[in-house]
Design a binder for this molecule. Structure first.
Ligand code: ADP
Ligand code: MG
Length: 591
């Protein structure tokens, strides 16, 4: 989804999708609009007061008395008090409504992101998503309250000035308003341009974020290869691309602003010309002309506001568009409508004629695999790297869905049970462990939210982690650093195993869980895993055959599916692929 900045739909469609978020706070919105209406009162009344004063001074209106002046001043004073109160509420309440909307949208976007599957994350840069659910939504907030109130104010002012101007002189007003459609056409064109620029800008900042993220997370590799120059170049390129698109955006904004200034000039020119001539021919008196010019100024100031807000409007629209792109990403792996919770009676797993290809490359990784893992059995899978072992494992908890055949757990198709119950029943330990930033205890408790300290320590003991955890600076309360960088590979792996002990699932998937470890850690972690596997149906993938000798059954997954099957002793006796692998006659790569 971040391959290119694509367009989602017209502004009308975007507004329609956004409206439910806005309407949830309609009480606040309408009060905000009411305050907005109050603030326009002053602006509308002021020219009238000035006109009355001018007419009196030039002897064309009622004679001016002290009382009359005081009355006008008192009226204006009251209006300004009302205006003050209204604008206080408008800017406070309006912004608060905006932040409510932003929070709701962010919650929904994050919820949706949690439901998206591995395929989405394989193809999406985290940096791009970050922008969409942070800065982009801030633009939506600003848009959400400023735009309705600004457009509402503008509407009242334009209608009011039109009516009042017509009272003074209909022909003059028609001439002035004739300029408006011209302005409309120009601004729509420039607005579309601006929107496209904002989209590109958002996309480019997303790319830049993704580059920064990649570079910072990979600092260890960067330093190991002394590749700072290379990273600087990569970053500079993204930084320049952002600069370029921002420059183009400013050009579009400048064209936009200039066009409105020219338009202002045009309107004043019309007033000077037509108003001056009307005065010469006695068609209008001095006071009315002063009021007239002031109303035209109000009108122009209003149109300027609209123009300024057009920019904010486009920013908001871009934000909504990018938010909707997340919301519209289909959830490919979800509960079927009639999904029932999985009931694990014994924990038997069956692959029936399973085929699989990854959605994005159509290369068949698994072809018609038939496989039964008996309840409580410990089954090991060996085979060449890239042969599809991880893929096969990933199909059981539905990280991906099979493209042919079916997988059953105790006779229940995994696609017909709820995802939550399915994943609850399966414990996964992989080669690379992800620890969340937080303490050791919090990371172990991830397997069972709300676990007591006693339960956490018991799990750690079973996983062989208790000893080293206690030796850490703050024991179980030691902060593990981002992604657990403060711990060794073997330590992280044992914390991951403790997590699964605490979760206590009947089915276990161990995907090269010890492959990244040194010999000593491998032995320690191996012992913990043996303990973990007791009494559970276990599927183990290992590239070091020594770690799976004791498995109940070993399968060799080759290019043509399952090529050999048996216990370690049986397979050695067969003198086939396994025998050759065991004796180092062939490597996993060339199998
Ligand atoms: P193994 O675990 O046996 O080493 P994998 O199951 O990881 O093998 O990979 C099997 C094949 O699927 C490989 O050819 C690999 O390139 C491909 N593959 C793995 N993950 C993906 C993915 N997310 N998208 C597309 N192809 C993938
Ligand atoms: Mg693998």
């Amino acid at each position: 989804m971040d391959s290119s900045p694509k367009k989602q739909g017209g502004s009308g469609e975007l507004m329609r999708r956004f409206l439910p978020y806005l309407m949830k706070y309609k009480g606040i919105l309408f009060f905000d609009l009411f305050c907005a209406a109050l603030t326009t009162l002053c602006d509308i009344v002021l020219p009238k007061i000035m006109g009355t004063l001018t007419n009196a001074a030039s002897g064309q209106g009622a004679a001016l008395t002290v009382q009359a002046v005081l009355r006008l001043a008192a009226l204006y004073f009251v209006l300004r008090i009302i205006d003050g109160a209204a604008s206080y509420f408008m800017s406070g309440i309006g912004h608060i409504m905006g932040v409510h909307i932003e929070t709701d949208m962010r919650r929904d976007a994050f919820d949706h992101l949690l439901r998206l599957d591995h395929t989405y994350y394989n193809n999406t840069k985290v940096g791009q998503i970050m922008g969409r659910i942070t800065n982009d939504l801030f633009d939506v907030t600003e848009f959400a309250h400023h735009c309705p109130e600004e457009f509402f104010i503008a509407f009242i002012k334009i209608v009011a000035s039109f009516v009042i101007l017509c009272q003074a002189s209909i022909p003059l007003t028609l001439v002035v308003f004739a300029c408006v459609p011209l302005m409309g056409v120009v601004s729509v064109c420039l607005n579309l341009k601006l929107r496209a620029r904002f989209r590109q800008q958002r996309f480019q900042i997303g790319e830049l974020n993704a580059t920064i993220e990649d570079s910072l997370l990979g600092q260890r590799v960067v330093k190991a290869f002394a590749a700072e120059e290379q990273e600087r170049e990569k970053f500079a390129e993204g930084n320049r691309a952002f600069e370029r698109i921002k420059t183009l955006t400013y050009h579009a904004m400048a064209a936009f602003n200039t066009s409105t200034r020219l338009f202002d000039g045009l309107m004043y020119l019309v007033v000077i010309l037509a108003g001056g001539l009307a005065l010469v021919y006695g068609a209008i008196n001095a006071g009315d002309l002063v009021a007239y010019v002031l109303y035209v100024s109000t009108l122009i100031a209003t149109i300027r506001r609209i123009v300024e807000f057009a920019e904010q409007f486009q920013r908001g629209m871009t934000g909504i568009e990018r938010f909707l792109e997340i919301m519209d990403t289909p959830v490919a792996i979800a509960d079927a409508p009639d999904a029932q919770p999985l009931v694990v009676r014994e924990g038997g797993i069956e692959f029936r004629d399973v085929s699989f290809e990854y959605p994005d490359d159509h290369n068949q990784v698994l072809r018609h695999v038939n496989l039964r893992i008996r309840p409580g059995e410990s089954l090991a899978l060996v085979g060449p790297s890239g042969g599809g072992k991880t893929t096969l494992c990933n199909l059981i908890p539905r990280f991906y869905d099979v493209t042919g055949g079916e997988i059953l757990i105790d006779g229940q198709n995994v696609r017909h049970v709820t995802l939550h119950s399915l994943r609850d029943a399966i414990g996964v330990v992989q080669q690379d462990v992800y620890l969340f930033s937080g303490t050791v205890a919090e990371n172990i408790a991830y397997g069972k939210p709300g676990a007591t300290r006693e339960e956490i320590e018991t799990a750690a003991k079973l996983a062989g982690a208790d000893g080293f955890v206690r030796a850490l600076k703050d024991g179980y309360d030691t902060y593990v650093g981002e992604r657990g960088v403060k711990l060794s590979g073997g330590q992280k792996q044992r914390i991951a195993i403790a997590r699964v002990f605490l979760k206590n699932p009947p089915i276990l998937l161990l995907d090269e869980a010890t492959s990244a470890l040194d010999n000593e850690s491998e032995i320690l972690v191996g012992q913990s895993l043996d303990k973990l596997a007791k009494g559970r149906t276990t599927l183990t993938i290992a590239h070091r055959l020594t770690t799976i000798q004791n498995a109940d059954r070993i399968l060799v997954l080759g290019k043509d599916g399952i090529e050999e099957e048996g216990t370690h002793t049986e397979l050695l006796a067969k003198k086939g692929i396994y025998y050759r692998l065991w004796n180092g006659l062939v490597s996993g790569q060339t199998l």
